[in-house]
Design a protein. Structure first.
Length: 257
């Protein structure tokens, strides 16, 4: 749901649930397709622009498992066009993690580190994730997209596309040459711990209301495997009033800056 990732689950950026495996380059074509063509093919492969724009709300429920660590959690994503989003992660024996935005203020409430307002590149990245139509309207959020080469990811030949956001570091996406579907993404996450290089692999695409959505993502963080599995996706949800309202404590922090 993150973008040009297809309608995938937006990631909990500052929770650091992502990172890292590189893949070798393979023989590069003499004439690579333009990035715009690859991104357009991805949109068509996941349902087409009309299918994206026909939707305006989304609710996702899923699970997160820190494989081998005995730590599991339940994840809920609520999203409303054009740019409102709230993610809730209930992590066993740790507590409730919240991230959200009303389209202007982006924030995090963390049972370990407390409350904070996201700013700078970290805020920009979260707002890109929250933008409901950023997949099809990617040029509103990225200054440039460039096809770099062809690489193999777990046996799948992929086009490597570098995306330069209007604010923040370059992101790299790996799209399957044959299907046009996203296979992997790589970026640098800004966080209170500093810059964190991350990679995420997505799979198990399923059709929901005309869109193909990856139901599984697998990440590594400092040697820890983290698996996120979507259990349900709902569109056309009528959210209660105040669902995306910024908590007063966060508003006070934001207002004082």
């Amino acid at each position: 749901m993150t973008r040009t990732y297809g309608p995938s689950l937006p990631r909990l950026l500052s929770l650091g649930l992502l990172v890292a495996v590189a893949s070798p380059a393979i023989g590069q074509d003499d004439a690579l397709p333009k990035a715009e063509e690859i991104l357009a093919k991805s949109i068509e492969a996941t349902g087409g622009e009309a299918a994206y724009k026909a939707l305006s709300t989304r609710k996702v429920a899923g699970t997160i498992e820190f494989v081998g660590a005995g730590l599991k959690g339940e994840l809920t994503l609520e999203q409303e066009a054009p740019n409102k989003m709230k993610t809730t992660l209930e992590l066993e024996n740790v507590g409730t993690f919240l991230q959200g935005t009303d389209g202007t203020i982006a924030y995090e409430i963390n049972p370990v580190s407390g409350e904070r307002v996201l700013e700078g590149p970290e805020k920009a990245a979260f707002l890109r994730e929250a933008a409901f139509y950023s997949d099809v309207d990617w040029q509103d959020y990225y200054a440039e997209a460039e096809t770099k080469e062809v690489m193999e990811v777990d046996g799948t030949k992929c086009y490597v596309v570098a995306m330069t956001p209007k604010e923040g570091r370059v992101e790299t996406r790996f799209y399957a040459v044959d299907t046009g579907l996203l296979v992997k993404s790589r970026r640098i996450v800004e966080s209170p711990m500093g810059e964190i290089p991350v990679e995420s692999f997505v799979s198990d695409y399923r059709e929901v209301d005309g869109l193909k959505i990856p139901f599984v993502s697998t990440e590594m963080l400092l040697g820890q495997e983290v698996k996120t599995t979507i259990q349900s996706v709902e569109h056309g949800v009528s959210f209660p009033e105040g669902t995306f309202a910024v908590p007063e404590a966060i508003k006070n922090r934001a207002g004082g800056r």
